[in-house]
Design a protein around this ligand. Structure first.
Ligand code: NAD
Length: 264
């Protein structure tokens, strides 16, 4: 199988770092015209340069917009117009004791992780249905199913994404548009590297040693017993965004190293 996305335009939210940047590189490498997004123009420009450096001849541009707000989503949707592939990747995570999470944090997490994808799908999916081709992918998490007790508000948003994704898939019946979600497990993204670095500093060890022990200690059922790379997650996303994935619709696809023990 050779994935060829020539002629397709893809928007990847939150793609100036981490999993999103790897997805942008993967899609560009498969021939898609890619739009990267982040909150600041400087980081967007840097991401464009990184995609170009990784993929020679990449067709990539960027839009700076904060997808956690209605105004940011409106501006982004207006700037990109007709996209064929929407990857709702932007997301935030923050471990916090349930009893210390104020309403404002619940709202911020919901707006960033869920409403961003809702707003952009509402703006961009009608065009896909009209053109009778499109791909929407929500980057959810294994935490959608294994709700982490150290960040229940995050788990809640990741489960909500599965509901939105499956619901939108129902609206594609009989068309060549698909809507799916991808569930990464612990993945060595920039955000997670920072988080591990902070934990290592607190514990007085190295970030590498912390990465090594984290999955074994906190996600013991992992079959791969390590973090996934951002590229391993991006590979699944590029596949499900491809023309070849035309019979995969309404699915929740796992790239979590086997942490989730249930078969279905
Ligand atoms: P990251 O922190 O490394 O990168 C997140 C990116 O999103 C950055 O480019 C950041 O600038 C951007 N971003 C954040 N808020 C934004 C906003 N309001 N508007 C525009 N851009 C914004 O994160 P990551 O680890 O790559 O995570 C990406 C997605 O994958 C998230 O939805 C996350 O929940 C999910 N995920 C990550 C892991 C993991 O272990 N890394 C596991 C499961 C799911």
């Amino acid at each position: 199988m050779k994935i060829d996305l020539t002629g397709k335009t893809a928007l990847v939210t939150g793609s100036t770092a981490g999993i999103g940047l790897a997805i942008a590189k993967g899609l560009a490498g498969s021939g898609a015209s890619v739009i990267v997004n982040g909150r600041k123009q400087a980081t967007v420009d840097k991401a464009i340069a990184e995609v170009k450096a990784a993929v020679s001849g990449a067709d990539v541009r960027g839009v700076a917009a904060d997808v956690s707000t209605a105004a940011g989503c409106d501006a982004l949707a207006a700037a990109v117009a007709d996209v064929d592939i929407l990857i709702n990747n932007a997301g935030i995570f923050e471990p916090k004791d349930f009893f210390d999470i104020p309403d404002a944090d619940w709202t911020r997490m919901f707006e960033t992780n869920v409403l961003s994808g809702v707003r952009l799908s509402r703006a961009l999916m009608p065009g896909m249905l009209k053109r009778n081709w499109g791909r929407i992918v929500f980057i959810s998490s294994e935490s959608a199913i294994n709700i982490p007790k150290e960040m229940i508000h995050y788990g809640f948003t990741k489960t909500a994404q599965l509901a939105v994704s499956r619901g939108l898939a129902e609206l594609t019946s009989g068309t060549a548009v698909t809507v799916n979600s991808v569930l990464p497990g612990p993945t060595l993204s920039d955000g997670v590297s920072d988080f591990l670095g902070a934990m290592a500093t607190q514990a007085g060890g190295s970030a590498e040693a912390m990465a090594d022990s984290f999955v074994k200690e906190h996600r013991g059922s992992s079959l791969i017993q390590r973090f996934a790379s951002v590229e391993e997650v991006a590979n699944m996303v590029v596949y499900v965004a491809s023309k070849e994935a035309s019979a995969t619709n309404g699915a929740a696809l796992r790239v979590e190293g086997g942490i989730l023990r249930g078969i279905a």
